[in-house]
Design a protein around this ligand. Structure first.
Ligand code: ATP
Length: 667
């Protein structure tokens, strides 16, 4: 399949079989795959009279894999096509999402991650083999592969190929993300690539300096970049093993650290969902700032990107709530795709004489009530998943041969930019002390906002239809704005570092900080509001059923009218009370959206003020003939500066020099 014709987003679900422990405990399998795209959950519920009943929840995805699906099938259906796309210049990502123990590692690493040979290789190994298969194609001769592995824990990045050293992400105005100091391991064979991956993931789970005792509380990101003969990055593949989805719910734990971790995970998963949705909607702007995860994956959500999300689910009744949450999350990630498919699907249904449109079906889906599968459709017209088609490029590939993996430590090099180290100059021309992390953060904010401002400001959302923060302005002026190159007047940052004013009174930085907090709050509120709304609808449907029962009863001869009045009044009051609660939530949400608009406005006003101030300063400097600062070799524009950074990165003599190669300790 041509990369161009691949969908931008593919969301699939995978059910694992019941494990021995669950079988021993007589846990019931509540998940079934009804067709190649449909997964059904049978939730056991209890009525008021304590009798049990089953509520069926049906979810449709691009693919639904049952417990019998092999890693090979999952890989060939969803991941292999995007590997081929990466060789055509796409930035591709594959996310494994799900509750702890739902099969993320099984999917990514195979049944036994530490085994050198595997009967059922996971996505990493299959991808590694395909990557090196493609590299042997004449079209890609001269291309080289570099791998990096890092972890995001509590909003901080740790290099898994360099003893979990903390590293920092930077992005330029062209939306390119760079993690300064991150180790990149050159790999010449798939075995070498797997060694690097194994090494990093072992570090993730066993790292002695790890602050997080539990790897399911962190996101692990493996990135493989493809460089051409000129050492330019021409393709990028990211594989992300996300933190256990239920970890985001740890916010009610009594332990403060666990609560903070939980909130951070929650925030990142919410932001991730919004970024993928924005990508699917072809929006100009994407709410990256929602979390560190989306910030570092920023360039994977812009331009020529292909994303696959594999939602792993556990089948046991004891995991029902988490399973439903995972499926709902995945459902919302791909929700918009269904809208796009409405036309063809309703057409197909109409051909069959059914009046049910896909939109109607979807409505019932999202309210999570009962099954909606159109059983009357002839099999031939039901939506069938085509058998996975190997991308043409892989068709001549020989059968995989499993080779033993050596346990040698991979060779790696530190990916540093000397210019960056020397000048300590980032973003808006502010000078920073490399140790001043909070200022690094502030500059990141400004950088990111500059990136967002760039280009036509058609507006975007954090959530459904909202505008992107700071996205309204034509920013040409901003992007060509020259960094101040004088010291005659103190910059905001200088003043802050000298402690002359309280950080609270800082203009742009303070606004950025407030804005980020507000965006986080809005993301959370949106999720809560939608959750409450869905629950409200469930309640209403339940209430309507109950009302029908009492209406039916009161209609019978000799019925008790007082009892009817009492019951109906109770039910109506109940409805009013829930509706009032949701309205309150709605109003708060609305109010915060408005506040965000105002804060954006304030940002521009402050920015204009700062720019005017800088212009005046520059004029003054020229008049006074003050020498330019020696550290800056030339007066670069912000984006030129970052271009320069990237150029340095690809200069063969710099990062790829043998001197830079170091071997991490054996594992
Ligand atoms: N599709 C599958 N077929 C057979 N066994 C599976 C499958 N998926 C998962 N398992 C088994 O279920 C168990 C839990 O899976 P796994 O460790 O992959 O979960 P996880 O989501 O990575 O958990 P954590 O977040 O704790 O790392 C493992 O023993 C694994 O071998």
């Amino acid at each position: 399949m041509e990369a161009q014709s691949l969908p931008k987003i593919r969301v699939v679900v995978r059910k694992r079989p019941l494990n021995t422990k669950e079988i021993t405990k007589k846990d019931r399998d509540i998940l079934s795959v009804e067709d190649p795209q449909t997964m059904v959950v049978q939730e056991v519920k209890q009525k008021v009279d304590l009798s049990k009943f089953i509520e069926k929840h049906t979810f449709t995805f691009d693919n639904a894999f049952g417990e019998d699906a092999s890693n090979k099938e999952v890989y060939q259906t969803c991941v292999q096509p995007i590997i081929a796309a990466a060789f055509e210049g796409a930035k591709v990502s594959c996310f494994a999402y799900g509750q702890t123990g739902s099969g993320k590692t099984f999917t990514m690493m195979g049944p036994n991650p530490t085994a050198p040979e595997q009967e059922h290789p996971g996505i990493y190994l299959q991808a590694a083999e395909d990557i090196f298969f493609l590299l042997r194609e004449p079209a890609y001769s001269g291309y080289t592969i570099y791998c990096s592995l890092f972890e995001i824990y509590c909003g901080k990045l740790h290099d898994l190929l360099n003893k979990r050293k903390e590293v920092h992400a930077r992005s330029d105005a062209k939306e390119r993300v760079k993690i300064m100091g991150l180790t990149e391991a050159p790999c010449d064979t798939d075995e070498e690539l797997m060694q690097v991956i194994n090494y990093g993931l072992t570090e993730r789970t066993t790292g002695s300096t790890a602050a997080n005792a539990d790897s399911s509380r962190s996101h692990a990101i493996m990135q493989v970049v493809l460089r051409n003969e000129a050492n330019k990055i021409v393709g990028k593949m990211s594989f992300i093993d996300l933190a256990g989805s239920e970890r985001g719910a740890d916010t009610s734990e009594s332990n403060k650290k666990t609560r903070q971790d939980g909130a951070e995970i929650n925030k990142s998963l919410l932001a991730l969902k919004e970024c993928i949705r924005a990508l699917d909607k072809d929006q100009k702007h994407t709410p990256f700032r929602g979390s560190k995860l989306t910030q570092v994956l920023k360039d994977s959500f812009i331009g020529n990107c292909k994303t696959v999300m594999i939602a792993n689910v556990s089948p046991g009744a004891s995991c029902c709530e988490n399973t439903l949450n995972s499926l709902r999350y995945a459902d919302r990630v791909k929700e918009l795709k269904n809208e796009n498919r409405d036309k063809s699907d309703s057409l197909m249904l109409a051909r069959n004489g059914s009046h049910t449109t896909k939109k109607e079906i979807k409505k019932q889906h999202s309210f999570q009530t009962t099954t909606i599968k159109n059983k009357n459709l002839p099999v031939a017209l039901q939506r069938q998943e085509p058998t996975p088609v190997e991308p043409e490029i892989f068709s001549k590939k020989n059968k995989r041969s499993m080779r033993p993996k050596t346990s040698q430590a991979p060779k790696v090099h530190q990916n540093k930019s000397p210019r960056y180290r020397n000048s300590n100059r980032v973003g808006n021309g502010l000078q920073i002390n490399s140790k001043t992390n909070n200022l690094v953060e502030i500059n990141e904010n400004i950088q990111s906002i500059q990136g967002m401002i760039k280009g036509p400001s058609s507006g975007t959302h954090y959530a459904t239809e909202k505008k992107m923060p700071f996205a309204r302005r034509d920013s040409n002026k901003q992007m060509s704005h020259r960094a101040p190159t004088f010291q005659s007047k103190k910059s905001l940052t200088d003043i802050q570092m000298e402690g002359e004013i309280e950080p609270e009174s800082l203009g742009l930085e303070k606004i950025c900080h407030d804005h980020e907090s507000l965006v986080n709050l809005i993301l959370q509120e949106e999720e809560d509001l939608l959750g409450s709304h869905k629950k409200y609808i469930d309640d209403i449907v339940d209430g309507v059923k109950k009302q029908m029962v009492i209406l039916h009863e009161v209609d019978k001869p000799g019925s008790n009218i007082e009892e009817y009045i009492g019951s109906l009044d109770q039910m109506l009051l109940h409805n009013i009370s829930i509706a009032t609660k949701i309205r309150k939530q709605l109003k708060t949400f609305e109010c915060h959206l408005k506040q965000e608009e105002e804060l954006s406005q304030k940002f521009y006003e402050q920015q204009d003020e700062d720019m005017q101030q800088n212009d005046t300063d520059e004029m003054l400097t020229e008049q006074m003939g003050v020498a330019k600062e020696k550290d800056y070799p030339e007066d670069l524009h912000d984006d030129e500066f970052m271009d320069d950074l990237y150029d340095l990165e690809v200069t063969p003599s710099e990062p790829h020099h043998e001197d830079n190669l170091i071997a991490p300790p054996n594992f």
